[in-house]
Every structure is written in C-alpha cells, then in structure tokens.
Design a protein around this ligand. Structure first.
Ligand SMILES: [Zn+2]
Ligand SMILES: [Zn+2]
Ligand SMILES: [Zn+2]
Length: 341
C-alpha cells in the first residue's frame, strides 16, 4: 500500500498530503506480512465530570472492576472506560485496518464479495483515514459508543532508521518491534486480548518498556528534569527532551505533554491485529449481523455475479465497438457518394 514516508499512515488515492501528520512528501510503497493489519489510532473519551473530550493515549494499563480509568487532561477527574468500550474500539480498529482500502473489498479478498456492503468502501476510495464519531460530530456514526470518538487509519509502522516496515513478534507478554536499530518492547494488555483475540498488541509511548533516561516531572506547576530538576519549556509536541543542564534524556509522558498543550491533543498510537476482522466475517454473512447499523442490508453478493456482470459488459463492448465503427463507415460512404453524385 502507499503510505506516508513520515508516519506510515496510508495515503488515499486522491490525497496530496497525509491525514496522519500533514506531510506532503511523496508516499512510499510498503507492505505488511499478508496476515497482519496495522492501524494508527487517535482516541478520545467524553469526560463524565466536565463533559469535554479528553485523549486516550494508548491501551489500558490496568483494570478495576471491569473498567480502565482515564484521567481527564482538562479537569483531572477520571472516567471509567468499560470492557465494552474497549471491545468496540478494538473491533472498529480491526475493521478499519482490514476494510478501509482503495479496493472496496478491503485489504484482502473475501470468499464472497463484500464490495457493495463494505461500510468503509466509499471513504477508502478517496481517503486513507476515517473519523468514527457519535451523532452530531462529523464522522461515521454507529461504530463506537456515544461517549467515544476516534480517528483511525490503516498503515505500516515504519522504522525511523530506514523507513522500512518494522517486524513484529509476540514474546513474554510483550509485543516486540524490530528494525535496524534493535528491538523495542511494548506491554500487552491481557484483558484486551481476551476481549479481541486477534489483537497482537499496541505500540504506544505509554506501554513501551525500554524507554531510556528518566521521566520528566511536574514540580511547582512547572515541568522539570527528572534528574536535576532544571526547568523545561515545552511546546506540547515533545515526547523526549534532553536536559541542557545535566544531559539526561527525559521522557515526556502524555499527561505532561497535554498539560503543555492549550487544547489537549490525542497522541497517535498503533494497534496490530492478525487475520481478517470480525466486521469482514459479518459482511461475508457469517456470525451475527453487524450491530451498530442494523438498518443496512448486509446480504453478501457472490463473486460469480460480479464476474458474470463484468463478462457481459466486456462482450457488449467487444461487439458494440466494431458495430458502431461499421455503422459510422457506412454513413460516411453514403455521405461521400451523395457529395460526389
Ligand atoms: Zn504522515
Ligand atoms: Zn474532565
Ligand atoms: Zn537535568
């Protein structure tokens, strides 16, 4: 697939710049192993205390009583994000990774044609990404609960070293990515895998295990070096800062970064799945019909109908063109004869 050379997000056929990072660099042709699906995610939850959208910057890092807490980047109060919330995020992300593509059949071809009923087909023909949102917010409705909204884009996770796809491996409860510079490990949330078994894991700052250096902290309402307490001035885009006083590399956590942003902006993180999505299987007519938009007609069309239609068109074309040409030649010769006569 054609992806942004900067961030690895898919570039739609009619897009000059990247939906993920805005870069207008020429896209690169990059592919994933046949059975893997990667998707970039920016997720927000509506805070129950202040009723504003707040970023969710990665998969859950802990569960209490069937929910993971998300601290609001605006008011500080935590809102519970339930297992059902996470299940729908994972299902939608896998669906987008699998079905949003220039081909209305999606990233692969099903045993039965799903092009006419693929809910992401028309978006995929133009764009590389999709907004999933509740009613009254711009985006595709019905894929997420009303208190969630997300931007999602299929893509290929690229190595910052050489812009080649990173390799993935799951070992010891960690998703490992490897490239020319080495291996990075990301904790896998076991509950998320139970909720969506084809999830391999997530790549986000918040669950990375091998982050070097120290963590910048907020002291006296200022962000300071975790090692020497020198003050940092941040613009809100930094994920890492090297301290100019002691030289220590500081990690800027999402909470600290959001505090430095005027309006908290959700981080972009990645989910990695194996195999076709549940959405695709439902479109193929297996399992239950899709819940969110039951008014749609989900009946699959067999491929042979499509093939037969195409053949009919081809035959019509093959016969029609010579006939029209012959007719035109006939009319011409009559005209010529009339003019001469
Ligand atoms: Zn990009
Ligand atoms: Zn809030
Ligand atoms: Zn320092």
């Amino acid at each position: 697939m054609k992806v942004c050379g900067q961030c690895g997000v898919r570039r739609g056929p009619r897009q000059r710049s990247c939906d993920g990072c805005g870069s207008s660099l020429a896209p690169l042709e990059r592919s994933l192993p046949e059975d893997l699906r990667c998707v970039a995610v920016r997720l927000e939850l509506r805070c129950t205390a202040c009723d504003r959208w707040t970023p969710v910057d990665g998969p859950p890092t802990g569960w209490t009583a069937g929910a993971a807490q998300v601290a609001c980047a605006r008011c500080g109060v935590s809102t519970a994000m339930s297992e059902e919330h996470w299940r729908s995020v994972l299902e939608a992300a896998h669906g987008v990774a699998d079905l949003l593509a220039p081909d209305p059949e999606g990233a692969s071809v099903s045993p039965v044609a799903i092009d006419a009923i693929n809910p992401f087909a028309s978006e995929g023909a133009i764009r590389g990404s999709v907004q999933l949102a509740p009613l009254a917010v711009e985006g595709l409705v019905g894929f997420l609960p009303n208190d969630l909204r997300a931007w999602m884009a299929p893509g290929v996770l690229l190595s910052p070293e050489d812009r080649q796809p990173v390799g993935f491996e799951v070992r010891e409860e960690m998703l490992r990515t490897n490239d020319a510079s080495g291996v990075r490990r990301y904790a896998i949330d076991r509950r998320c895998v139970e909720l969506h078994p084809s999830l391999l894991g997530a790549v986000s700052d918040e669950v990375e295990r091998d982050r070097e250096g120290t963590v910048a902290v907020i002291g006296a309402e200022q962000v300071v070096c975790g090692s020497c307490r020198a003050r940092f001035v941040l613009d809100g885009s930094e994920h890492r800062v090297r301290c100019s006083r002691c030289g220590e590399l500081n990690q800027i956590t999402a909470a600290v970064r959001h505090a430095a942003q005027g309006e908290p902006r959700p981080d972009t993180w990645w989910l990695v799945f194996r195999g076709p999505s549940g959405y695709r299987r439902r479109l193929e007519g297996h399992g239950a019909p899709m819940q969110p938009q039951e008014e749609r007609v989900w009946a699959p069309t067999p491929h042979r109908d499509r093939v037969a239609q195409e053949r009919l068109l081809q035959t019509a074309w093959a016969l029609g063109v010579p006939l029209v040409a012959l007719g035109f030649a006939g009319v011409l010769s009559v005209l010529v004869a009339l003019l001469r006569g």
